[in-house]
Ligand binder design. Structure first.
Ligand code: ADP
Ligand code: MG
Length: 361
């Protein structure tokens, strides 16, 4: 599978880098192995940065023996949004597809690649991840200027026009049928993380980096000079300010994505209207989950999967996660945490008000 081959590529690359270091060190002699590795790490400086891109705060921690690349990385993310993904920027490819009103549009290799993966995920998730819900998303305007419960008739008529089958991709030609509108909001930050990882792989001086887009999409590349693992804090979905319920360990070459009902929402009559929508009903997903965190070897897939798994619910999401060789943590409103087998050793609970459950039932 496409995505899995990406994962293997990344692992191979990391192994190659590690190999290079070990071979260099081994030639010097066994005794100086630790010294050589330490010296390589010591040459790397840490650069931290905060930026704004893809509608969110970007936190960057880069370890390199070369120059600070954080400003360039911020520009790269903004350019990705402007060139490919934005639904408001007139120059973006997504904007052009939505304006074409059913006519076929020729797109770049890059966007065709993203759409191919997004469509496959839409199909594999039985439509739980649906990149054609643009108009329904705009109608709710959750997180926008006028968030509101839509008129049910209007919602219904827009919903009839959605569905990933309406998105037809043939090589670089895209046709969006039947009045649907493309929205890659559920995978965009992951795409940004993929682009940064590809860039870093070409930078010889870079030892490692952790890139965090708004807490919901994270990329870990390479390693820290002191070889300690990358760790990502997991938000407590019911604590507005800086409440963390746990931490997850990431390896270099991995991506983490969280989808939560706390990220964008409004309350009305005690009910939480949040931004993850059930493509079948057009309403926010109310299945008891408050957040889903996914780890895998592709940013786009991690991002898309966390949204899809939120829609599907923990039990139904398991086969999908397995198919993509991904691990996940599900948190629900009763403060239960469900972990896939591969997540168990990476997850550290930090709050005793939450309980890790053994079974998904
Ligand atoms: P965030 O963008 O905050 O990281 P997600 O990755 O979960 O969160 O994406 C949620 C966004 O994706 C929504 O704001 C909306 O634009 C879009 N969306 C909502 N529901 C779906 C869905 N079922 N399938 C695809 N996209 C969705
Ligand atoms: Mg997502």
């Amino acid at each position: 599978m496409d995505r899995n081959s990406g994962l293997n590529e990344k692992k191979t690359k990391k192994q190659r880098n590690t190999c290079k270091k070990i071979i260099t060190a081994a030639v010097i002699s066994g005794a100086s192995l630790v010294l050589a590795v330490t010296a390589w790490g010591a040459a790397a400086k840490q650069y931290t940065g905060t930026d704004f891109a893809m509608d969110t705060v970007v936190s960057e921690t880069l370890y390199t023996s070369g120059e600070d690349l954080n400003p360039e990385i911020g520009d790269m993310l903004r350019e990705t949004e402007e060139k490919y993904l934005s639904w408001t920027e007139k120059g973006s490819e997504v904007y052009k597809i939505n304006q074409a009103r059913g006519k076929t549009v020729q797109v770049s290799d890059a966007l065709a690649g993203y759409l191919e993966k997004a469509l496959k995920l839409a199909e594999d998730s039985g439509g739980a991840f649906d990149p054609t819900m643009g108009k329904v998303i705009r109608l709710w305007d959750i997180g926008g200027e006028n968030p509101h419960i839509p008129d049910p008739e209007e919602l219904d008529s827009l919903l009839k026009e959605t569905g990933y089958e309406n998105l037809v991709l043939e090589g670089n030609k895209v046709t969006l049928k039947g009045g649907a509108a493309l929205d890659l909001g559920a995978a965009g930050k992951g795409i940004g993380c993929d682009i940064v990882m590809d860039f870093l792989e070409k930078q010889k001086e870079v030892c490692g980096m952790i890139l965090n887009l708004g807490g919901s999409s994270v990329m870990a590349y390479g390693e820290k000079p002191d070889q300690t693992p990358w760790r990502v804090a997991l938000r407590d979905p019911r604590e507005e300010e800086s409440g963390y319920l746990g931490a997850i360990t990431l390896n270099g070459g991995e991506f983490l994505s969280t989808s939560g009902d706390y990220e964008k929402y409004f309350m009305e009559n005690g009910k939480r209207y949040h931004h993850i929508l059930d493509p079948e009903t057009g309403y926010p997903v109310w299945n008891g989950l408050t957040s889903v965190t996914v780890i895998c070897g592709s940013g786009l897939i991690a991002d898309g999967l966390s949204t899809a798994c939120f829609v599907l619910g923990a039990e139904d999401a398991l086969p999908l996660l397995e198919k993509y060789d991904a691990e996940a943590a599900f948190v629900d409103e009763k403060h239960n945490i469900y972990l896939t087998d591969g997540m168990k050793s990476r997850f550290e609970l930090m709050k005793n008000t939450y309980t890790i459950r053994d079974s998904f039932k």
